[in-house]
Design a protein around this ligand. Sequence first.
Ligand SMILES: [Zn+2]
Length: 145
Amino acid sequence: MSVLIRHIESSRYLISRNRAMIAATRQLIACNRRRLNPWWGFSGGSDEQNPVDELRLSVRQRLVRGDLVPAPRRVWAGRGTGQRCVVCAREILASEVENEISVRSNGLEVTLWAHLPCLRVWRDESDALEHGASELLGDFRGATP
Ligand SMILES: [Zn+2]
């Protein structure tokens, strides 16, 4: 009986931590979008902002700051269940592939979800960071106001 109560308490604690992390992640995404707009504004080469490039930069920035853990290799894929994508913050619809990712953050096991294209961006940027893309990151840091 007491084991059961401890499990319930532990679950409640984990749920509250997850909600706090999700809220923090959403804030960071909103914050990054605002920061990115002026930066992309004077690149001038393309007709419109490329949303994939914007997303890639946001992921890179979050990885560098440690706000996002490197993408793990092991994921579970299935049909979308309406979870919020950790990369783009949009809902994962039933018509889309939903990747469930389990990561360890601050000693806690946290479940995150991502669209398939978003997961690719997250993995690419994680790999780039892991394999010492320091020149790229140096340029990127230099571009930050
Ligand atoms: Zn997404």
